[in-house]
Design a protein. Structure first.
Length: 336
């Protein structure tokens, strides 16, 4: 049987199928990079409502990706440009048991199965920094080998959100895979900032902190002239909304933030330091635009924000992928 990659008909290289889409951080970044989503697959009902509320035109499919049938998706008749995924982090998180492939929440196999079905030109997967630990080296190699068996060359890279203008450290493990003729010209995005030049927490949140007339907003913002520690979304199995373990809360306290819980509204007149952050404020620190809304109760909304792939980072990687796909398409057209 002739592979679609040997066909003279080129796939629509800007099409994207995304799984484990969450609240849309990666999807928003990829949209800004020029990709058009054929489908966004997500199991959580509140996250699906978030996606639909912010982008009514998106085709949101609420299902377990392990039972998702990707064949016959609208807009994929000529193939798929990109398969993207933000698979669950708990199997590899340093805050969890780190069961890796033995964790029932590990969805890397589901991504690889979809890649085999869709045969996209590129694959993008992001996860927590913990995946890059030495103990998971054999697992990472297994994923690279499986992708190689499917006809791809892939590479892991640790990217920090602050290096792309996000006011938060947030290192993420990112994998990009492409067909060999394309991967040879792929370049990871150059940083646009760093931890010293990224916007500070105080700069990003000042307007929100002052929105209710809090008289200490300027004082707080002047003292919060650093980037935030990594937001921790947690999992559905544990706890409520807070800003992470004790070490993270200590870092937040140095920014004048009480990390023990999440506020319903910005501080009102008379509020004392340290203050709690709202879900909307944490979304700003994650790189979401101010008008991006989140469905569900506070704990659910917080988890959607805390587990998101920052849109500016997804956009930067997405633009690098799109540039490579476009250049290869132009080269193929010239040769044709």
């Amino acid at each position: 049987m002739t592979s679609r990659f040997n066909s003279p008909v080129l796939p629509a290289l800007n099409t994207c199928v995304e799984i484990c889409a969450g609240a849309g951080g990666q999807a928003l970044g990829l949209e800004r990079a020029g990709f058009v989503h054929s489908a966004l697959v997500e199991l959580d009902g509140d996250a699906c409502q978030t996606l639909r509320a912010n982008r009514p035109a998106w085709n949101v499919v609420q299902t377990d990706v392990r039972s998702f049938d990707a064949r016959g998706l609208p807009g994929t008749d000529n193939g798929v440009g990109l398969l993207a995924a933000g698979v669950p982090c708990p199997p590899f998180s340093m805050a969890g048991k780190q069961l890796g492939g033995e964790d029932d929440r590990d969805l890397f196999p589901a991504v690889l199965s979809l890649a085999a079905v869709l045969q996209p030109h590129a694959v993008l997967i992001e996860n927590v920094k913990g995946l890059m630990q030495r103990k998971f080296a054999p697992y990472r190699v297994t994923i690279l080998q499986r992708l190689e068996d499917l006809g791809y060359i892939a590479e892991w890279r640790l990217l920090r959100a602050c290096d792309y203008g996000v006011p938060q450290l947030r290192p993420r493990a990112v994998l990009v895979a492409m067909r060999p003729n394309m991967f040879s010209s792929f370049r990871w995005p150059d940083p646009t900032a760093c931890s010293e030049t990224a916007p500070s927490v105080g700069h990003v949140l000042y307007e929100s902190m002052a929105s209710q007339g809090w008289e200490l907003a300027s004082q707080w913002a002047d003292a919060a002239k650093r980037i935030a520690p990594t937001l921790c979304g947690g999992s559905r199995k544990h706890g409520g909304p807070d800003l992470g373990p004790s070490r993270a809360r200590h870092a937040w306290a140095q920014l004048g933030v009480n990390g023990s819980s999440v506020a319903d509204t910005p501080p009102a007149p008379g509020s004392i330091l340290p203050v709690k952050l709202t879900v909307a404020q944490m979304a700003l620190l994650q790189g979401f635009p101010p008008d991006w809304s989140f469905a569900g109760r506070k704990t659910s909304a917080y988890r959607q924000v805390g587990n998101a792939f920052p849109p500016p980072v997804a956009e930067a990687v997405g633009r690098s992928i799109a540039k490579t796909l476009a250049s290869q398409s132009a080269l193929t057209a010239v040769r044709g």
